[in-house]
Write a protein that binds this ligand. Structure first.
Ligand code: ZN
Length: 185
């Protein structure tokens, strides 16, 4: 951040009085522009023994496969956001279940949350962010072409649980691999 979004003056990156870490602070109007992690919400839409995956039509990771997911919007709940993203990216109507996984990605200041979901019918279609949407069995998952490590981890947990009959919520953290690009989660 270079300029204050309130008054347009240049900002400084300083520790404000009473704080313990540097913030972008406007030298003109004094506004402190806090920056905090963002939530990414997604679902694991299931139809029988198959999972709905989307092939991305946008960067980052154009052409790679992902669970339907995206950034939480202001004014919505996590459940509403997950449902909205599933409809926008996959054109899929779902019955939303419980939270399945929550994965911290501190090097990009994100937390990814995936909900269990069941497709209400087999009608789905790619939205503007997707090249195609497909139902895939475990053996057909393109593991080498999964867009994000949080998605690959969530899918691994899901299939492990299905084999073992376990039904728990999963948490974890994905750390930066050295020299990976900053926006890669
Ligand atoms: Zn200002």
């Amino acid at each position: 951040m270079k300029f204050c979004s309130v008054c347009g003056h240049e900002v400084q990156f300083v520790v404000p009085p009473g704080d313990n870490r540097p913030r972008y602070r406007c030298a003109q109007c004094g506004t402190i522009h806090y920056q905090n992690p963002t939530l990414v919400l997604g679902t694991i839409p299931v139809w029988g023994d198959r999972i709905l995956l989307c092939r991305r039509a946008i960067e980052p990771r154009y052409g790679f496969w992902t669970l339907p997911a995206g950034f939480m919007e202001n004014g919505e709940t996590t459940a509403e956001g997950a449902q909205r993203e599933t409809l926008e990216e996959a054109g899929a109507n779902i019955a939303l279940g419980e939270v399945f996984s929550m994965v911290d990605v501190p090097h990009v200041n994100q937390v990814h949350v995936f909900f269990r979901a069941e497709l209400l019918d087999a009608h789905f279609a790619p939205g503007p962010d997707s090249l195609e949407v497909r139902l895939l069995a475990e053996d057909d998952i393109p593991w080498d072409s999964i867009a994000f490590r949080t998605v690959a981890q969530t899918l691994r947990w899901y299939f492990e649980d299905r084999r073992s009959g376990v039904h728990v919520m999963h948490t974890g953290a994905i750390r930066s691999a050295s020299h990976r690009s900053a926006r890669e989660a």
